[in-house]
Design a protein around this ligand. Structure first.
Ligand code: TEU
Ligand code: CA
Length: 554
């Protein structure tokens, strides 16, 4: 790694969903000691930064994204000492650690909200977003404007009998939005962030960060339906998402991080919108903001070379070096990538090759490396509250056909470590908090570790090559446009070293030149191939259907 670049510019992120990763005490619930006990898997896989979804004190109605106390750990996950041990042990193994900050809202059970809701003039009355609205015919309360929640169907306002006022809830009804215009709230949040930075955490993933600041005058959103990151929206969130004031909060947060050894801590935003808008979180009006933003397009895009080429081109255009794109193909909210790709492991290998060699920070979601798939769970059995608000009457046959999972439980089932009952996640015989996928008998870390042809070992090889090859970590990217429709080819170059990546995403074999440039005496040699059928002769790469190769050009 070139010394002048910060660590996060070339890191590889691995997301752990703590409730589903590893249960250390046999209660069927993953916990912090469970994560600590499995850090070697991350090291062995070759990822460099651990991102842990929220483990803070919470009633768990949204599995921790409804925080009751930002400064303490949920008892079923462990203690503050366990959180400290997680940071320290990860550091001891050379891993960086990112926690997950939910700055937009708290749980309705947070003592701040309980107090805020109790009257219009208590000390925390202004810590949340309250509005009067108006009275309709017959005197029934009406919300102040047309804002919809981020789930689209429900409105963004909830009625409080105590205050006879509305409170804003951008996501689920039990997650009231904090009022970031209140200076005391701001100061408290920044202090809480300092507490975790002081404990040594290397940075934060920022939950629905684009929704923190909404229009102060509460003007209506544009009622025009739209799409954002491939997802339909019933209105255009011009007054509620990615507002100018929101970009300013990014700068304020950055200043707090920079109190701690400058560029050493990282902020990565969960933000939605076109790449040109998201870029403003990183550099708006010349002041520095977030370091990275997730680019979610690959979560919705069909498996298609043409579509992927367009996305890569767009990201390269909007995030030129020294900016760094952040690629995501899976997370705890969206369908498993293998399920989206029809369960085809050859395609998963192509996806892995692209993810690990594109310019930017790759993000993996636990289980992606072994090819975990959606675990079907009927809507009626959902632990996730989303189906109860958006799909109350959706027939099950239709739910099964949807490309995206409404019940997010399906992508949150326990990590598959072994073939045994309990999958090595929990003790045999203990009911896990969500069902374990029956394919764990063959698809698990232990089995795949021993199989040289497994997806797990493919990821290990790719990440090891990436770590050993600065051109793959931080080299420039040159995407070829003159390739067959089903092909992707790009070159990564740093200080005269060139590595080419070629992939065939189609169902017919293709022959693709290894490089754009006239080779002039240079040779092309395979560094890694996703399938033994891939061959290189005379600079021409022969790619069977759904294969990829990483090639050194010397
Ligand atoms: O998600 C925000 C979000 O808008 C989406 O990821 C959403 O969950 C998805 O599109 C629905 O299909 C974040 C967290 O990632 C999510 O787990 C939380 O539930 C949510 O914020 C509220 O904190
Ligand atoms: Ca446990």
């Amino acid at each position: 790694m070139p010394d002048d670049l910060p660590w996060w510019a070339s890191t590889v992120i691995y997301q752990v969903y703590p409730r589903s990763f590893a249960d250390s005490n046999g209660d069927g619930i993953g916990d912090l000691p469970g994560i600590i006990g499995h850090l070697d898997h991350l090291v062995d896989l070759g990822v460099e930064t651990l991102w842990v979804s929220p483990f803070f004190d919470s009633p768990q109605h949204d599995v921790g994204y409804d925080v009751r106390n930002f400064r303490d750990v949920a008892p079923e996950y462990g203690t503050l000492d366990d959180a400290q041990a997680l940071i320290d042990e990860a550091h001891g193994k050379g891993l960086k650690v990112m926690f997950d900050l939910v700055l937009n809202h708290t749980s309705e059970d947070h003592p701040w909200f309980v107090e805020s809701r109790s009257s219009r003039d208590n000390p925390k009355a202004d810590w949340y977003v309250w509005a009067d609205g108006y009275r309709g015919r017959g005197g029934q309360p009406k919300p102040p404007n047309n804002w919809r929640s981020e789930l689209q169907l429900p409105r963004a306002w909830q009625w409080s009998e105590e205050r006879e006022q509305w409170y804003l809830a951008t996501f689920l009804w039990f997650q009231p939005d904090l009022n970031w215009r209140n200076p005391e709230l701001r100061a408290e949040m920044f202090d809480m962030i300092r507490m975790w930075l002081g404990r040594g955490v290397d940075g934060f993933r920022l939950d629905i960060f684009g929704s923190i600041m909404h229009d102060e005058a509460l003007r209506d959103n544009d009622p025009k339906p739209t799409f954002m990151n491939g997802m339909p929206r019933l209105q255009t969130p011009s007054r509620t998402v990615n507002t100018d004031e929101n970009f300013a909060v990014a700068g304020d947060l950055r200043a707090v991080c920079d109190e701690f050894e400058g560029d050493d801590r990282v902020l990565i935003g969960e933000v939605f919108g076109p790449p040109s808008t998201l870029r403003r979180y990183i550099e708006d009006q010349s002041h520095p903001g977030l370091h990275l933003v997730f680019l979610f397009e690959f979560l919705s895009a069909p498996y298609s070379a043409k579509r992927y080429r367009t996305l890569i081109e767009g990201f390269e255009h909007e995030f030129p070096a020294p900016l760094v794109p952040t690629y995501v193909v899976e997370n705890h909210d969206r369908a498993r990538s293998l399920s989206r790709m029809g369960g085809d492991l050859a395609r998963a290998r192509v996806m892995a090759a692209l993810l690990c060699t594109l310019r930017g920070v790759p993000t993996l979601y636990m289980g992606q490396e072994i090819g975990m798939e959606n675990t079907y769970i009927p809507l009626a059995d959902a632990n996730d509250p989303i189906p109860s608000v958006v799909a109350r009457r959706l027939p099950e046959w239709l739910n099964k056909k949807l490309p995206e999972r409404l019940n997010r439980d399906e992508v949150r089932t326990p990590m598959q470590w072994t073939a045994e009952p309990g999958a090595g996640f929990t003790d045999p015989g203990v009911p896990p908090w969500l069902p374990i996928h029956e394919n764990h008998r063959t698809r698990n870390v232990a089995t795949e570790r021993d199989d040289p042809g497994s997806l797990l070992n493919w990821y290990r090889d790719l990440l090891a090559l990436r770590k050993a090859t600065p051109a793959l970590q931080v080299g420039s990217l040159d995407l070829a446009t003159d390739v067959p429709d089903d092909a992707i080819r790009f070159e990564r170059t740093l200080d005269g070293t060139t590595v080419a990546v070629v992939a065939n995403l189609g169902d017919r074999s293709l022959v693709v030149p290894a490089t754009n440039a006239v080779l002039g005496g240079r040779t092309a040699a395979a560094l890694l191939v996703s399938d033994p059928g891939v061959t290189i002769a005379d600079h021409l790469v022969d790619l069977p259907p759904n294969t990829a190769a990483v090639i050194s050009i010397t």
